[in-house]
Ligand binder design. Structure first.
Ligand SMILES: O=c1[nH]cc([C@@H]2O[C@H](COP(=O)(O)OP(=O)(O)OP(=O)(O)O)[C@@H](O)[C@H]2O)c(=O)[nH]1
Length: 634
């Protein structure tokens, strides 16, 4: 797949499309980009005459649309998006800019102007990279435009009005949709067809390639030729390893002596310095191998060190110490944590190199995201899940080779216990139980907003979160839907331990905790059943029992909401989830069509899937074929 190097880099980013245009959503979905849709509230009212060229107007409008969304998300939500994409399409004819018609007369005015003539369609696109510094939104803006020429045939009055009465022109720039009925008006198209439809995909992909996988430029002067041609076609992206610098285009600067040649340093997208060794004997000529710095492979090789550094710093509560007081010197943190000064200093430097801490002559401080996600007390802290990763997943993954050879989970090797015993263990040992619940709570807090708002659930008066653990999602649901009452149904051992996870100002009456086993006990009544991060963990036989039970208690019109990460149809994205499968649980991760098929088997139809671009995606389906309109919340 030629797109994979770019998509691979975007997969862990929160990408937002600031557009309500269903065409833009479809075009970007078709290439496999994962994104959220947050339509812009910016009104397209810029003064056209103040722009020297029409494309400048389109770019500026696209920019304002995207900035409005970036600012709104930054202020309203805790997670600033990483990338916001905005676009604006206009038509120009006789030096006039045409946008969407406001009514049928306006559509008539536009289309009769276009009749028998060639016109231009411009789409301005902006890609905004966002970050948050001291709670301020920082942006880096890349923009471009594309022009396509379109010629209409002579349109008779009759044809014009027939087309206008079809209703198609109303939400389209210039008053026509080239991809549908409006295609009959067109004599020829010169340029990118999708640009007319609303999004110049080809130019966009090239721009992403420039930003994320730029060609590796030799910075060593005595090499005569570049051994890699510059990337000016999208096709040349197929080499997943030729990625070496970030969208800020860091130029290599440092030359180091090496026994085998010269090391030319540059920075890759994660800011990590990489070096390419150029054999001395090739320095007067072209060396193919010299240009290929396998930075991705090097990063993968070193990934375990980074994970473990994060785990240990979390376990030793370093982010907590620094949240209470900063900057702190290594010696102060070592005293607090009861660790060696030299070891602590190395760990703190490693965390700084990984972008988790900041280092100044006064000492170390947390970054904003360390304060939010790594300190253990934050509302959205991932501390619980990090400790679970260290204490439970890490030992399992050290036995990955055996897991692959034997095709089974390695609990016996990692913990000296069989899977069944270990599962029971979660609910026997208080410490393990709390650790597991804290891990589940971490993820549930972080994902609850996305899950609760993926669809408009306001028509459901009662919901039951099966395996809802600490009730994190339930509390989010009642915040967003004040008329909803939610029952959290989980094992008695879990329910008995939920008190320490409850929000301080909860509306007690709206969330009820009920103990039970969803495989064997009666399920509480509800209009909406929820299975969040449940299905991927269980083998088919168990899923059969569970879905059969839910289907049996669901009244027609009731719904089932499944929150899981939905794999792409090839089942290779997102990589985080593909890697999760290596834990070798008896369950499995599924693609959208697999979820749809599975749910249909149990009488659930009208399946809608919302890819949130975040940790969890959401599938909503309804019992029997009752059609209920569920609109997405922006
Ligand atoms: O042939 C076609 N030409 C144009 C379109 C659609 O027209 C609109 C253009 O409007 P705009 O750029 O302002 O975008 P909006 O739809 O208002 O969405 P935003 O939220 O992004 O402002 C666009 O939807 C094109 O797809 C067409 O479909 N065919």
């Amino acid at each position: 797949m030629v797109l994979s190097p770019v998509l691979g880099k975007l997969v862990s980013k929160r990408v937002v499309l600031a557009s309500a245009s269903p065409r833009r959503q479809e075009i970007l979905t078709n290439v496999g980009l994962r994104f959220e849709v947050v339509p812009s509230w910016f009104k397209e009212t810029l003064e056209k005459s103040s722009f020297a060229a029409p494309y400048e107007y389109a770019i500026e409008t696209a920019k304002q649309k995207a900035l409005e969304v970036a600012n709104r998300m930054h202020v309203k939500h805790l997670r600033t998006p990483d990338i916001v994409i905005g676009a604006d399409t206009i038509v120009t004819v006789d030096e006039q800019i045409l946008e969407k018609p406001v009514d049928k007369q306006d559509a008539y005015r536009m289309l009769s102007r276009l009749s028998g003539k060639e016109h231009s369609v411009f789409t301005g696109v902006v890609i905004i990279h966002c970050s948050s510094k001291d709670n301020q939104l920082e942006t880096e803006i890349t923009d471009f435009y594309e022009e396509t020429k379109v010629k209409f045939s002579d349109l008779s009055e009759e044809l014009l009005w027939e087309y206008i009465h079809s209703g198609e022109p109303m939400d389209k720039a210039g008053g026509y949709g080239i991809q549908a009925l409006g295609g009959m008006l067109v004599e020829y198209v010169h340029g990118d067809f999708l640009n007319v439809v609303g999004f110049p995909l080809n130019h966009f992909c090239k721009k992403l390639a420039e930003l994320y996988c730029p060609p590796l430029k030799h910075t060593i002067q005595h090499i005569k030729h570049d051994s890699i041609p510059s990337v000016d076609t999208f096709e040349s992206l197929s080499d997943g390893e030729s990625e070496s610098s970030s969208f800020k285009e860091h130029k290599g600067a440092i030359k180091l002596d090496s026994p085998s040649g010269v090391i030319c340093n540059s920075e890759n997208s994660s800011g990590v310095r990489t070096g390419s060794v150029v054999p001395l004997e090739n320095q007067n000529g072209v060396s193919d191998s010299a240009a290929k710095v396998p930075s991705k492979i090097l990063d993968l090789m070193d990934g375990f060190r980074a994970s473990k550094a994060l785990f240990v710093a979390s376990k030793l509560k370093m982010f907590d110490h620094l949240k209470k007081k900063s900057p702190l010197k290594a010696v102060d943190i070592a005293n607090e944590a009861g660790t060696s000064v030299c070891g602590t200093e190395r760990l703190l430097d490693a965390c700084t190199a990984l972008g988790l801490l900041e280092k100044t002559p006064q000492g170390y401080s947390n970054t904003d995201s360390a304060n939010t996600y790594l300190a253990s007390d934050g509302e959205y802290s991932l501390h619980g899940y990090i400790i679970h990763s260290n204490d439970h997943l890490w030992p399992l993954f050290t036995h990955l080779e055996s897991a692959v050879k034997e095709g089974s989970r390695q609990n016996h090797r990692a913990f000296g216990k069989k899977t069944e015993d270990l599962f029971n263990d979660y609910y026997q040992s208080q410490e393990v139980k709390q650790r597991f619940m804290a891990a589940m709570h971490s993820i549930a807090r972080l994902t609850a907003r996305d899950v609760a708002t993926a669809f408009d659930l306001s028509e459901f008066k009662t919901a039951c979160d099966l395996g809802g653990c600490t009730g994190a999602l339930a509390h989010e649901l009642i915040q967003i839907y004040p008329n909803m009452k939610v029952t959290v149904f989980d094992l008695p051992e879990v329910i008995a331990n939920t008190s320490c996870f409850q929000p301080s100002e909860q509306r007690v009456a709206s969330v009820t905790f009920v103990s039970g086993n969803f495989f064997t006990d009666d399920l509480p009544e509800a209009d909406l059943y929820i299975l969040s991060r449940v299905l991927h963990d269980w083998p088919d036989e168990k899923i059969h029992i569970l879905l059969k039970k839910i289907s049996a208690v669901c009244r027609p019109g009731s719904a089932l909401l499944v929150a899981e990460t939905v794999l792409d149809e090839q089942k290779i994205h997102p990589p985080r989830v593909v890697l999760q499968s290596l834990s070798m649980t008896e369950g499995k991760q599924r693609s959208g069509s697999e979820y749809k098929q599975l749910l249909e088997k149990y009488g659930f139809t009208n399946t809608q899937i919302k890819i949130t671009g975040n940790l969890l995606d959401v599938v909503l389906c309804f019992k029997k074929s009752v059609i209920l309109a569920c609109t997405e919340i922006a």
